[in-house]
Design a protein around this ligand. Sequence first.
Ligand SMILES: *[C@@H]1O[C@H](CO)[C@@H](O)[C@H](O)[C@H]1NC(C)=O
Ligand SMILES: *[C@@H]1O[C@H](CO)[C@@H](O)[C@H](O)[C@H]1NC(C)=O
Ligand SMILES: *[C@@H]1O[C@H](CO)[C@@H](O)[C@H](O)[C@H]1NC(C)=O
Length: 432
Amino acid sequence: MANPMFRAWLLWWRKWGKKEWAIAAVGFAAVLFTLTLLIESGTEDPSAIGNRPLDLPISADDPVELTLLRNAKDRGAFCLDGSLPGYHFEKGFGSGSNKWVIHIEGGGWCNTIESCSYRSRTALGSSKFMDRQVIFAGMLSRDPSQNPDFYNWNRIKIRYCDGASLAGHPESEFKNGTKLFFRGQLIWEAIMDELLSMGMAKAKQAFLTGCSAGGLATLIHCDDFRHLLPKYTTVKCLADAGFFLDEKDVGGHYTMRSFYQDVLLLQGVDKSLHKNCVSKTDPSQCLFPREIIKNTRTPIFLVHPGYDFWQIRNILVPDVSDPSGHWRKCRQGLQYCNSTQIEILQGFRTSLLNALDEFKQNKEGGYFINSCFIHCQTWSSPAWHSPSSPRINNKTIAESVGDWYFDRQEVKQIDCPYPCNPTCHNMDFAQL
Ligand SMILES: *[C@@H]1O[C@H](CO)[C@@H](O)[C@H](O)[C@H]1NC(C)=O
Ligand SMILES: *[C@@H]1O[C@H](CO)[C@@H](O)[C@H](O)[C@H]1NC(C)=O
Ligand SMILES: *[C@@H]1O[C@H](CO)[C@@H](O)[C@H](O)[C@H]1NC(C)=O
């Protein structure tokens, strides 16, 4: 039996992961919303919409092909099942030709032999099962109206297939016939080598980003990314919904902490974490972003919802913590929570803000903490930059991230608490 956290993730993934922009459509609770966009943009025949409303791309972006890593075999860089890891690449143009933005895909973690074996038979553990094409939307979009600052950069999406945020180590593999490859760190290194050889070694500007477990991977590797590039390169990092909290669940247990302990032990992740941290404290603490960013020198931006539905459903109220189902409705959407539950959710947001206390003083850092019930917001165009995007002080996420990246202005935005922001598009799992 798979771990409950992984099962919850997988369910989410099955529903959303395949068609990445589908989350935008459904997250916006709103076939209606999609329809409006489609009709306004005039790209589709509205009469066809009723058939498959969620399958229609909301952007003009074309799919981008999967590239399997050429040098991976020699480097021993394999997905969990031993297949080659991959990425999607779209070449920059014009003033973006020598600029590079990388986005690392998310998808939870595996913490046991069982859950990793299971994962090795899915797209999150094997390139055999990956879609050959993905849509580049949000911060990867090539459409300037959807992605004003990065649309013409070299854009890369790294596929996630090691189950440990690109930080597993082969020393932890089992020598007894269990065929699982823990090669996350090697995958990271091999992909970086390939991108450097494709021209990134001469980048003028570079931006490492990722969502969820990919946001965690971004934080883990941010300084290394800086060191791989020349001194003259402007290098910054962004984690989207990657600020996982070491908080107790509603049953009073540190579910996430023990989950991370298991992931770390299973895949030897401590070897990829900062020595300052690992030498001083329980290494699994060093996998929490609060600790990682203490030791990171490269400028970091956090895009994070105050009510991250993944964290609420897996850290605050994992299935095991709610055997009697009191939270069943509330976990589906904030509008189903009663006042006691809302108070607990507000407490969870406060824990997030407290965990960010030190980072708030960071001069080069930035953040956009909106009070929405959502998860990743940078790879869907409607969330990233559109007329109906979630905003803080009238700025979209794209505008805020651009302001920060290009030093146009300091961006330290914390939204007022739920339900004050009418621009939020809150997920409603009951509508699925
Ligand atoms: C291999 O070793 C691991 C760790 O000791 C153990 O958990 C696992 O069950 C073993 N697998 C097999 C197939 O014996
Ligand atoms: C909210 O729901 C929980 C669980 O069902 C219950 O224990 C609590 O008393 C409720 N609070 C209010 C104010 O209704
Ligand atoms: C918000 O920004 C838009 C442009 O993005 C502008 O047209 C509008 O006037 C702004 N609204 C306010 C209240 O400042």
